[in-house]
Structure formats: C-alpha cells, structure tokens
Write a protein that binds this ligand. Sequence first.
Ligand SMILES: [Zn+2]
Length: 631
Amino acid sequence: MAPVPLTQVHLSEPHFRPENTRQDRFSLSRLLVWFLFFFYFSGVHQTIIYSSGIAGFFGITQALVMSLLWLVPVMLFPARGKLIAGIVGVVLWATSLFSMGYLALYRQDFSQSVIFIIFESNWAESSEFLHSYFAWWMVPALAIYTLIPWLIWRRLQPIGGTPLIRLPLTLAICLAVCWPMLDRVIIKKDSLANGFHKQADSMEPVAPWQLVMGYVKYRQALSHAESRLLASDKPPLDGLVDNNADTPNTLVLVIGESTNARRMGIYGYYRDTTPRLAAMSDELLVFDQVYASRPYTVESLVQALSFADQLQPNLHLEKPTLIDVMKQAGYRTYWITNQQTQTHRNTLITTFSKQADEQIYLNNNRSQNSAQYDEVVFGPFEDLLKKAEAKKFILVHLIGTHRAYHYRYPDTFKIFDDDKDLPPWVRKKRHRREYNEFDNSIVYHDFVVASLIEQINKSGQNGYLVYFADHGEEVYDYPHRLFAGRDEAAPTPAMYSVPFLVWRSESWKRNNRIDVSYETTRRMYSLSDFLHTWVDLAGIRFIGFDPGKSIISPQYTTGPVLIGDPAKPEALVDVRQKFFPATATVATPATNMRGPGPVPKALQPIPPAYGQEHRAVTGTAPVVDQWMRHP
Ligand SMILES: [Zn+2]
C-alpha cells in the first residue's frame, strides 16, 4: 500500500504521519468521527428541534445526508484533511450560531421568513435586540457548544485507504447529497430549475446553507418584487370612479411605528400618554379594535398598502397598490419618511415609496439608533400642503415609538421617569427604565400626530387624515411574561393592537357623509384590509372594492382577523380565538373598570387569555383590558 505523501501539514501535525500500517488502512470508525464533526453543527440544532416537538424528523435526516458533503474534500485531499475540516468547522460553527441563537430566544426553527425579517431590519436593531434578550446561561452554553467540536477536531485521525476505496466512496457521497436534484431532473424528467429548487429545499435545514440559500432567495424575491411593484405596464383597476373628482382634495395617511394602542391614554391606558390627541378627540373617529396582521414593519405594511392579505399574501405583486389606486384616481402622490432609507439595505417599503410621484427621505442616518425626531416631517409636510396641486395624496411614514425608545423623544418629553405608578411586576431596573421610556416615546408621538392634524386643519384644505401604527409592541405589559419586543410565535394583544384614527375637514364631512356610530368604532378589524377602508373614505369605487372589508361601511362584515405567518397557512389564527377565547359564551362583570389596587389572583389570566375583554369584543364598550388600568 502506497504511503500517503508527506506534506507540510503532515510534518506540522505529527498525528497525521502514518505511524504504522494500521493507520494506512481504511477505517470506517475513523471516518465516522470525521462525519460526527461535520454533523455536529446541524445535528445539535435539529435534534433539539425534533426532541422538543417544534418540528419533525426531516431536519435531522437532511442534516445527516448533507453533512456527508464535507467528507468529499477531506477524502480527495487526505493530507490536508484536518486543515480543511478546521476551516469548514469554523464556517459551520459561525453560521449555526444564528439558528442556535434564534432557537434559544424564540424556541423556533430558523426559517425563510426569519431571514427576510432579519434582512429587512438592521444591525443596530439586532444588537439592541441581542442586548435585551441576553441571559447569563448563554455564555456557558456557548462555551460548551464550541468546546465539543474542538475536542472532536483534535481527535480526528487519517481516514486511510487507497484512492481505490476513497474515490468510489466520494462518488457515492456526491450522489447521496445531490440526490434531490438528480431525482427531479433525471428520473422525474423535471426542469433543471425545479431540480435546483428541490436541492435548495433539502439543504436548507443544514448549516451554512440556511443562511446562504436564505440570502439568495431573499435577493431574488426582493428584485422580483421591485420589478413588479415599479412595472409601468400594470393593468389599471376596472371601472374606477372618484366621487370627489370635481373638488380639490388633500388626503393624508400617517403611518406610525411600533405603537401599542393599549399604552395610549386615548384608548383608556391609565397613564395620560396622549394628552394632545385626547384634547381633539371630538374631531376624531377613534377605532379601538384594529389589529396588525403581522408584528413586523414590512410584512404588515405590504398588506395594509395593497390588496395582499393573510390568505393571499402576494397580491401586491399582481394588483395595483394603494399608491397605484390614488394615481389612477388622478392624485399626485408624495411619500415623506423619517424611517431610514439611505443604507445599503433597500427594503420592500422603500420600493413602495418609489411608486409615489415624489419622495422626501429625511432620515439618512446609517443607524436607526440616533436621535432623528419625527418633528422633521413638519416642514416638508407644510410645504406640500401649500402646493397648488388640486389633488394631493401625502403619505407620512414616521419612526414613531420604535425601539430603542429613548432615541425617539427629546428631553422635554421625559414625562414618566419615576417608579411611582409602575405596574408591580415591572421591578428590574432595566425594565422600569424601558417601561417609562416607551410611554415617553408615545407622549412625543402624540405630539407629532396631533401636530400633523393641526397642520392640515389650519391649512383649510378639503380632505382627511388617517393615522395608524404598523404594529404594536409589547413592553412588559403582562405579569406572567416579562417581555419587550415582538414575537410572532408567541403573540399577545400588545404586539398587534394598533391605534387607528380618522380626522376629517368640515367641508369633507359635509360632502362625504358617513354614518359612524359608537358601535362602528368598536368593530374588529384587520389592518390588512385597510385599502378598502381608505378608498371608501376617499369616495373611490372600482370593480373589486369590497365594502365588507371597509371599517366605515354599513356593509362591513366581521371577517376573521388573522395573525401569523401566511407562509404557514395552517398556523394562521383569528385574533378572537387567540386573545379572547372566552368571549363567545362568558358574560363578565366589569372587572376591567376596577380602580387602582393589586390584581386579585382569580383575575390574573392564564395565557393566552389576556384580561377580561369580553365586553369590548361584543362591541358594547370601549376596549379596556385589565392591564391598561393601573394595577
Ligand atoms: Zn414596524
């Protein structure tokens, strides 16, 4: 048997010098150790996922098959085997940390949609995120997770064997790894593209492919969306009629960010976080059962600003969007934003903004964690109001109450900064600080939204202004789970409940009479249907307009208010079932109207029953859940 040629690597690694003939011979057990090393980085993750019941066995199978791939270079270049394994190991270790970290935080498998959400948010946000979820046990866990493969790597011994043994084995491995594609293309006679997709699907549960494939798919989807959204040949809506075609109109849509309606005074929160809006509440329609469909900016707004919804999530690529509708109705469209636009990331919302005739990008900061207060929109908004254009549609996108909250308001809005009236479960210093900061950011946000309403009111223009937030935000709202942020896998009302207000000018009210009763403002509504409410308010009609999906229409129908990831339709759930499971049968006393005092044990809900909101859901009382009252 010819000895393996000696190289530098051999000389520097004495273990690799064949010491005796035993090491020359092919050894299956030594090969298994190599395999174990590569399998480790996906295997641990997939085994935890399988054994905790998060997902089935598919991930483990794929991890077993796809980890074979790394044996190929090792067997082709046995002399450099250990070096190759070391480099591959570092790459696998680093990429597996993403999925392991995600698993630790969210108890969920790392999926395609997670990658979308990561790439659509930014690193400043992610580091803030890591900071807030960090727990002490992660340090030893990371150390052990890293130590094990290092120990295995140190024990790697030459696999041995002649090329006569290693080459057929390598070929067999290649066959096994590429089988999903070969099966599609050669046996099932499918196209090469479909074969590639099948291969990608099979490799996805395995490091590092979940990141690589995820990124490739993300870029593909983004450029496809961009070309569809900005396509000039989009077919217009049939039979479009504008009832206000003969008057000059200014219609304004203000989109906030990460604001939970239940933390706003105007909705009954025990702290007065919205003094300005409350002062003008006679002039507003205040809808209090509106829910975002997704707890993430892009995912929620794509649905709110198009025909897409939870059941047909891709309609924004096929049908005109809200901006297209307004353009078709003869409006000149403007998009003012204080959200980041000038980074390397070009998110889908930036693409939506490019549909408008003019864009005013105000936030050129590289980091979202910088004080760029929303009042910067006042000047450009004023300028647009003054424009002599007869029909204007102005969309104002605010940074709102986005984390980190203390970057969202100047010191003059530091209203809540003591512990006096904090809920008793908000004890930790960091929690107390964040709880107060979030409320302060809402006070500032109240100032911004109210000022925009005052601006359009003073301008004397004929029109209206609608304000909603893209989704809510949980900031230590519940005693049974101390959590801040958003998590689609563990939804709460705080993450989905959004403010929804309408202001109308006197002339608009006269010319566009709508019958909005107290009961109307209590309707359950999904933000994903917003386009129908918007055109209904504007007096625009077309074939395909669904009055059942307009919150102000007499023909409004209580449809399901679905939340969850539409990529997993079986996981979609109605807000009513998820948050208020008892509403259908139980009539309750007005426990939610209690004054200050400790929460009696009997009233402390077991998740997912979030408070006693039954009366609110039946539409006879404003939404007040017990956590909004001072406990
Ligand atoms: Zn958002």
